[in-house]
Design a protein around this ligand. Structure first.
Ligand code: CP
Length: 314
């Protein structure tokens, strides 16, 4: 039986730093991503792909601002849905081209996915999720002054706006994702961490102003669709201890107990490797057999255990 893998990819891989973020830029990045992921499908893995939307939802928020007075601004949950729709659309088209080119008789499909959060989540009072482009300090401070928005310096890479990022507690469309994967579809789901919604007493859902972390939502998705493996693709080959220092040490196979020690020693930065490591560990601690953190260009090798950081129980 083929193994099911949930693959999580950052929004920064689709709209890369230094790029304008045109449709052509993002489509080309999606095409390059698909070229790697299709190798996994060819090797017999069932792939459910999820992706971030930090840069894209930030760009949509800027478009909202630019249109102020002419067209109504959309709330952040709708902006998240817009980003999920356009990124998913690009993935589905590029997947189909790649599947045809590899002679694989499979259909890609994108599910508009809602993710339930708690209205009581303390994250609503403490924005932490970076969205949109990187700016210099002067521009960021002017925005804080003029709009009251929250901004932070993002892991040494520049200043970004931050918005609330509540914890995902349920993937609303999990059953549909699971059934589509069971039936051989290449599923793109829970893009941008999913559209954040809260459940009403009658069982219906309503959107809230937030952006969910796609690594945490990806881990929940992996659990809820019974994935064998959870893989986070990023722009470095492995997780590192003392990252960026002369004593940097790349991690290969690591147990949960070892990872807990490294976490407590503060090796993994919030806003960059920190949430990836936490999400990967959570998958294994919740019963998953293995979680992998690796670079996109070594995705298949990492899935097969020869590259990337492999997080296992013992
Ligand atoms: N929603 C989310 O986590 O997006 P990024 O991965 O792009 O930050």
């Amino acid at each position: 039986m083929s193994k099911r893998v949930v693959v999580a990819l950052g929004g920064n891989a689709i709209l890369q730093r230094g790029q304008k973020g045109t449709e052509a830029d993002q489509r080309e990045n999606v095409r390059k991503t698909v070229a790697q992921i299709v190798k996994m499908i060819e090797a017999g893995y069932e792939v459910v792909l999820t992706h971030g939307n930090g840069p894209q939802v930030g760009a949509i928020l800027i478009q909202n601002e630019a249109g102020r007075g002419s067209v109504p601004a959309m709330p952040m949950d709708v902006c998240g849905a817009e980003s999920q729709g356009f990124i998913g659309y690009m993935f589905v088209q590029e997947f189909k081209k790649a599947l045809i080119a590899h002679g694989l008789d499979k259909e890609p499909i994108c599910i508009v996915t809602q993710v339930e959060v708690s209205s009581e989540d303390p994250a609503f009072a403490n924005p932490t999720k970076p969205v949109g482009p990187f700016y210099d300090e002067a521009t960021a401070k002017a925005r804080i002054e003029s709009s009251g928005e929250s901004w932070i310096e993002d892991a040494g890479r520049g200043w970004r706006r931050v918005v609330p990022s509540p914890k995902p507690i349920n993937i609303v469309e999990r059953k549909a994702v699971r059934e589509l994967a069971d039936n051989g579809y290449v599923v793109v789901a829970s893009g941008g961490g999913g559209i954040p919604v809260v459940k009403s007493s009658d069982g219906s859902y309503g959107g809230v102003e937030a952006v969910i972390d796609k690594d945490l939502a990806g881990e929940l998705l992996a659990q809820q669709v019974d994935a064998d493996l959870f893989m986070i693709l990023t722009d470095v080959p492995k997780v590192a201890l003392r990252y960026g220092t002369p004593d940097e040490e790349w991690l290969g196979k690591v147990t949960i107990d070892e990872m807990k020690v490294y976490q407590s020693e503060g090796h993994f930065k919030a806003g960059s490797m920190g949430p990836k490591v936490s999400a990967a560990m959570a998958f294994v601690m919740n019963g998953g057999s293995r979680a992998v953190i690796a670079s996109l260009d070594q995705a298949l090798e990492a899935l097969e255990g020869t590259e990337g950081t492999q997080i296992v129980k013992n």
